[in-house]
Design a protein around this ligand. Sequence first.
Ligand code: AMP
Ligand code: MG
Length: 323
Amino acid sequence: MSQQGFYAYQAVMMGSPILLKLPQPDEPLARNVFRLIKQQENLLTVNRPLPGAGADRSALSQVMAVNLAAGQHPVQVSQPVFNLIARAHQVSVLAGSAFNFAIGPLVKRWKIGFQGNSVPPQAELDALLQLTDPRQVQLDADARTVYLPLAGMEIDLGAIAKGWIADVVRDYLRQQGVADALINLGGNVQTLGLSAGQPWAIGLKQPFSQQGALLGTLAVSGKSVVTSGVYERYFELDGRRYHHILDPQAGYPLDNELLSVTVISEHSIDGDIWTTLLYGMGVEKALACLKTQPEIEAVFVTRDGEIICSSQRGFGFSLADTN
Ligand code: AMP
Ligand code: MG
């Protein structure tokens, strides 16, 4: 289908609508892109039922294989998966980081976005918190192995998998000689070049809008735009909202003035990491932190309905007409 001179290809993968825009119709290329996304998901997902005893284990992702061997033995993974896990480990052990790739046991217990609709008892959360220390995860770069030393530990790459895959798709499209394109993995957008000679226009969603209303539009070229919002996956109970980004210290959903954080960066993996880091900092600390990060730009939407841009070096921003 042609949209403003672009051809759009759609699929539903990783539980999200996926959109690819190409300047020329190219069905085979689109098919290859979707196949590539599927392959990457197959390496990284932790959201699949475990096979029963004696069942075929080849359906496991590499990350699930690591998790299944927790407390037993290290597991060798492919070089790209090792690199991704090493990156996740590195940002998880930063002082005060809200990012924790070993948060799997808590994510699984809350099940937010996967039928979870109750608050786990504090004693359970306390016990699970003991299994989420990222510093305990043992990486061996030479052997390419990952070892979770305690039974019950689980890696969860849900906070960076889409960013990683968006960059893999960008690199693939470049290799194929594509100069202008957009891939949207449901909240993770990566762009190549321009859209009909203009920067790509990426909508900034109004949190909780049923109709998909936009607060404004970001204009970018050759950049990634990643949004993490509390409205993406959550449940409500007794007037409180419980969303899917957990505070690794508290074991509860992060609770501050933010409704969403959008990061503009060259690489989507950086955007995916920074949305979580900044989310955990809150607006004031985040803005101060970004002064030391010229490659990372952010737009914050607060509960009060404020929209705050870190600076606008790498992108344009225009407010929607409505308030
Ligand atoms: P994102 O949509 O990129 O913000 O990632 C959200 C997903 O990351 C969640 O659905 C969990 O799978 C996982 N997650 C939740 N809290 C954290 C955290 N503090 N650090 C890393 N990953 C998390
Ligand atoms: Mg993320």
